[in-house]
Ligand binder design. Structure first.
Ligand code: SF4
Length: 231
């Protein structure tokens, strides 16, 4: 499993895939990557340290992901992220968190108060019905202005039966309105029952990708390893 990479286009940054105690939620119907977890904090820390040792600070910008939320990383790992970023002159750090943790984000910003923290939400779509009844995302909020309150960036998931050209375009436009940056993930085959829908993906590739591919505020992952981490 690749756990360190450098993203050399758009918002240039290093990215690390760390390991925590596991996603608190685990109910998203499309997700199987929360299996990258371990209950042993010391083992996680040693693994995370070996990954963070790769960080050079080349772009002064680091994205930290962990197959769940930043709040599932052990304290020693959090401290090491802070020390590594200080030592390598990294000023911007991106973390991910489920909406369930929204009330803990201010304290995290305080803990990392010498850095510009960018919190990323796995929103997947603004369509409440699709998000909560198909994807079972567990975000019981419909108002975009409220959803984005604690978050700077968001992930979207496209390419699933039931999505349309209009719904995807609406998500992108709302995403650009309410977040600084968005990341579009195209559904890939995995071990869950949710399958990629070829027609929906083709519509995205034909009609939306050409419009948004050069937008500096949008990352587009056609394959889920396009950032160079994962397996
Ligand atoms: S998508 Fe994120 S929040 Fe949902 S089950 Fe997977 S790791 Fe947990």
């Amino acid at each position: 499993m690749e756990r360190y990479s450098i993203i050399n286009n758009k918002q240039k940054r290093e990215i690390v895939l760390l390991r925590g105690r596991g996603c608190i939620y685990k109910k998203c119907t499309f997700c199987d990557y929360y299996s990258d977890s371990c209950n042993n904090e010391q083992k996680n820390f040693l693994l995370n340290k070996s990954v963070l040792d790769n960080v050079t600070g080349i772009y002064g910008n680091l994205e930290v992901i962990n197959s769940g939320s930043v709040f599932e990383l052990d304290n020693n790992t959090l401290e090491l992220i802070k020390k590594t970023c200080q030592a390598k002159n990294i000023s911007t750090i991106h973390f991910e968190a489920h909406y369930l943790y929204k009330n803990k984000i201010n304290a995290l910003r305080e803990y990392f108060n010498n850095f510009d923290l960018k919190m990323k939400l796995g929103l997947e779509t603004f369509d409440f019905n699709f998000r909560e009844n198909v994807l079972k995302k567990g975000i019981n909020e419909n108002n975009p202005a409220t959803i984005c309150e604690h978050f700077d960036e968001a992930n979207f998931l496209f390419g699933i039966k039931g999505q349309t050209l209009e719904s995807m375009k609406n998500d992108i436009e709302l995403g650009l309105k309410f977040f600084e940056r968005i990341c579009i993930n195209i559904m890939c085959d995995n071990s869950t029952k949710i399958e990629p829908d070829k027609d929906v993906i083709q519509q995205f590739v034909d009609k939306l990708y050409p419009i948004y591919k050069d937008n500096e505020r949008i990352d587009i992952l056609i394959n889920n390893t396009d950032f160079g981490v994962g397996d």
